[in-house]
Structure formats: structure tokens, C-alpha cells
Design a protein around this ligand. Structure first.
Ligand code: ATP
Ligand code: MG
Length: 439
């Protein structure tokens, strides 16, 4: 059967059989973020368009080509967030959080919207996990954020990612670099795409980020930003590299990285994989010292990263990383006849109160079909209640794996008896699971 319409191109459904993968990854991200002292921030899916024009930058691909912008019935221009940083920074400012003392550390999970050509690892709705630090000028903060991102990959068991870093200078030294780029690209005007031509005057660094093959070829020989950064930026960059060295984190300096958003200053970095095809950047981040000021706040040196959830999960699949299967049903209670079904319903609800997974019939199946279903959902125990069981107020609890059967009373002692049997039988499994989650 077909629905009246299908999902929108470039979007993905995460179905119940897949969602445990996302939950597993999100749990680890949450734990890592919290162990680095970050707290979650949640912001709206849409914002005033102006926010992204100002922060992401109106000469970027994101703003020029990729935003989902529309006019509301009230005549306002709003945009579905293309990334998570601008909304977080706006919220911090609006609620005066920056007055609470520095550093402020926040992490987020957001859906993002970009009108791009859908392909493997590139969607129109995708998801990011991100971490942000506000009010931390020290290079230790850059290193801390890079370590935090790496800790997520390590915890997930992902290998083979390369960390590439660069410094793109600050407003003091960047004009020199812009001038050098303008001169260089000015000599190659004929080969640049139209968008790059329009960027040549206002923001020539954006040309380095263009994905058009001809522009990429010319950009490969462009002047290198590291030859133009000022003493302070150099010192800062050396500080970051020293910290990474001392933490034993391998990296390569890649002067080609400029990042796709305008708000970056100084440190920029990417974690890149060769295992998932052309869209190999799983995480991108860096410092954005001017962002908060750009949005109307005080000078607040800040930094962070965004990690693409879909690319990360693709990568885990390509590396055959085992993701723990979700818990299966602990007990299935079948009822035969209305009175027994009501009793089963009561017991099932009671068991669920103690956080175990209990199931019963809501379809109207025969006893045989119910047992088949209990098997299918891999219930650990099953129990049948019929007229006899009701009359005697006891039933037979069956361990579905071993076949072992135990009489169990259906009075108030049922829950504690079941729980004891459950713990006795599943103890070793529980200990295994606890060990897994600790390791
Ligand atoms: P790319 O160069 O691949 O277009 P980007 O520089 O535009 O990436 P960022 O804005 O830095 O990406 O976003 C951070 C991360 O979000 C990326 O490293 C990537 O993992 C993910 N990401 C970005 N765009 C998409 C997309 N369209 N579909 C899926 N994931 C994406
Ligand atoms: Mg992009």
C-alpha cells in the first residue's frame, strides 16, 4: 500500500528498528559532553533570517544557496536553521546567560536544513551534535573542544579518522591575506565560477571553500593563510598544537581548511574519514571570537564544533561497529477470556511500573498466535492466564529460553516473586550489560 505522498527528497525516516543506533550514539555524546562540563541547550527550529545572514555570513554557500527561507503569514522572513551555533549564541544573549560568568559550555542535538543536492552523506534535513564554549580565549579551550570531539569517536569505537587543523587568523591579520587572495584570484578570473567572481571583492576566502572543480584547482595554488597570520594568532595556534601533542592526539596542519561559515577566526578543524565516500567530513569546528559581538553582544571569544550524525552513523556501519541491540520483552502475559485478559492487563501494567518490559495481547489473537508472537518478540518469560488460573489465583511462569516452569501466585506477591525469579535468571545478563556500558 502506498501513502498519498512520500517523504520529501533529501530527508530520511529513522524507523523503530533503527532508532536504537541513534539512541546509543546520542547517549555516548551526552555522557561525553557532560563529562567535559557541558549542559544541553535546545533552541527553535526556525529563526529570523537575519540571524543567519549576519552570523553564518551572506557570502557563504549556506546563506546564498542553501537556506530554507520563507515569509510567514505575518510578513516576517524566517529560516529553518542550517546549523546550530547561531541559534545557541542568540539564545544566550537574549537570556543574559553571558552575565553568569565564563566559560559557558553548552551542547546541542539539532536537525539542520540545507537545500543541497542529496547524495550519500548529504541530505536536506540532517542532524548535528554540537558543543560550544563561550568566553574562553585561551588555546586550552581549543584543545579541550578538539579532545571532546575525539573522545566521542573513541568512545564509539570509530577508528581511522584524521584530524586536520588550521588557523585562519583574526580581523587584524586577515585583511592582508584577503589582499593576497584578491591579487591571486584576480589573475585567474576567467576560470572562476560566477559565485566566486561575486565573492572576489567582498570575501575572497570563500573561494577556497568552493566545491566547483575548476575553482578547487585554482585554489590549490592560492597563497597560504599561515604565511599571513599575525604573531598573536601564530602563538595561539602553537599553543593549540602543543596541547594536542601533550594529549598524544595526532593531527595534520591543512592550510586549505577555511570552513564554510563566515564566523570562524583563528583555529579551524575537521575530522575526516576515507570510509564513507566523498562526504568524508564527519565533524567541523573552530573558534568564532567575533560571533557574539556580531549578534549585538560584548566581545566574547567562543568556539565549538558540529558533528554530522548521519555521516557518523554511516561511518560506524562501514566499520562494522557493533551497536548493542535494544532490550527485548521481559514477560509476555497471555489471557484467555475477558476476565483473564483483564487480570493480564493489570499484571502487565504493574510490571511496567518497575521498569521492566511487559507485553500482552491488544490484537485479539488466539492463544497459539499469542505464544508465537511472544517468541517473535523474544520475550524472556511467558505466562498464560485462563479460567483455571483465575480460579486458583496462580499460574505457570515459563522461562522461554530454558523451558523451566515455576508456579507463581497471582495475588499481591506476584510482582516480588516474578522480580526474584527474573533477577535469578537474568542476573548474569544484567551484569554483562552493566560491564558493557562501563567499558
Ligand atoms: P560540507 O563541506 O560537507 O558541505 P560543511 O562545511 O557545510 O560540510 P558544517 O556546516 O561545518 O558542514 O557542518 C558540520 C557537519 O555537519 C559536517 O562536518 C557534516 O558532518 C555535517 N553536514 C553538513 N552538511 C550536511 C548535509 N547536507 N547532510 C548531512 N550532513 C551534513
Ligand atoms: Mg556544506
Amino acid at each position: 500500500m502506498k501513502p498519498i505522498t512520500c517523504g520529501i527528497k533529501g530527508t530520511q525516516d529513522i524507523l523503530p528498528a533503527e532508532s536504537h543506533k541513534w539512541q546509543f550514539v546520542e547517549d555516548i555524546m551526552r555522557k561525553q559532553a557532560e563529562s567535559y562540563g557541558f549542559k544541553e541547550i535546545r533552541t527553535p527550529v526556525f529563526e529570523h533570517t537575519e540571524l543567519f545572514n549576519r552570523s553564518v555570513g551572506d557570502t557563504t554557500d549556506v546563506v546564498q544557496k542553501e537556506m530554507y527561507t520563507f515569509t510567514t503569514k505575518g510578513g516576517e522572513s524566517v529560516t529553518l536553521r542550517p546549523e546550530g551555533t547561531a541559534g545557541a549564541a542568540r539564545a544566550m544573549l537574549e537570556h543574559g546567560i553571558y552575565n553568569d560568568g565564563y566559560p559557558i559550555k553548552a551542547y546541542y542535538f539539532t536537525s539542520c536544513y540545507r537545500y543541497e543536492k542529496p547524495q550519500k552523506g548529504r541530505l536536506r534535513e540532517f542532524h548535528q551534535f554540537g558543543m560550544e564554549v563561550y568566553g574562553a580565549p585561551s588555546h586550552f579551550a581549543d584543545a579541550e573542544v578538539i579532545c571532546a570531539a575525539k573522545s566521542v569517536f573513541d568512545r564509539l569505537g570509530i577508528s581511522g579518522l584524521s584530524l586536520e587543523i588550521n588557523s585562519i587568523g583574526c580581523p587584524k591579520c586577515r585583511p592582508n591575506y584577503h589582499a593576497a587572495l584578491k591579487e591571486y584570484f584576480g589573475e585567474h578570473k576567467d576560470c572562476l565560477c560566477e559565485t566566486c567572481l561575486s565573492r572576489l571583492d567582498r570575501n575572497p576566502m570563500r573561494i577556497l571553500d568552493c566545491k566547483n572543480p575548476e575553482c578547487t584547482e585554482i585554489a590549490a595554488n592560492a597563497p597560504t593563510v599561515l604565511d599571513y597570520i599575525c604573531e598573536e594568532c601564530k602563538e595561539h595556534f602553537d599553543g593549540v598544537k602543543n596541547c594536542l601533542d601533550s594529549a598524544g592526539i595526532e593531527y595534520a596542519v591543512n592550510p586549505q581548511i577555511v570552513r564554510g561559515l563566515d564566523y570562524y577566526t583563528r583555529t579551524v578543524f575537521e575530522f575526516v574519514s576515507n570510509d564513507i565516500g566523498a562526504q568524508g567530513t564527519v565533524c567541523g569546528g573552530g573558534r568564532y571570537d567575533g560571533l557574539v559581538e556580531e549578534l549585538g553582544g560584548k566581545h566574547t571569544p567562543s568556539l565549538g564544533f558540529g558533528m554530522g550524525m548521519e555521516r557518523l552513523i554511516l561511518l560506524m556501519e562501514s566499520q562494522n561497529i557493533e551497536i548493542p541491540k535494544p532490550q527485548t520483552c521481559d514477560i509476555y502475559i497471555a489471557g484467555i477470556g475477558d476476565a483473564a485478559k483483564l487480570k493480564a492487563f493489570e499484571l502487565i501494567e504493574g510490571i511496567r511500573n518497575s521498569s521492566l518490559i511487559a507485553e500482552g495481547d491488544t490484537v485479539g489473537r488466539s492463544l497459539k498466535a499469542q505464544m508465537k508472537y511472544a517468541d517473535k518478540i523474544k520475550a524472556k518469560f511467558s505466562m498464560v492466564i485462563g479460567d483455571n488460573e483465575l480460579a486458583e489465583n496462580k499460574a505457570v511462569l515459563r522461562n522461554m529460553e530454558s523451558g523451566e516452569q515455576t508456579d507463581i501466585s497471582l495475588d499481591d506477591s506476584f510482582f516480588s516473586s516474578f522480580f526474584n525469579i527474573y533477577v535469578e535468571n537474568c542476573n548474569s545478563k544484567l551484569i554483562e550489560q552493566m560491564n558493557d556500558s562501563i567499558n
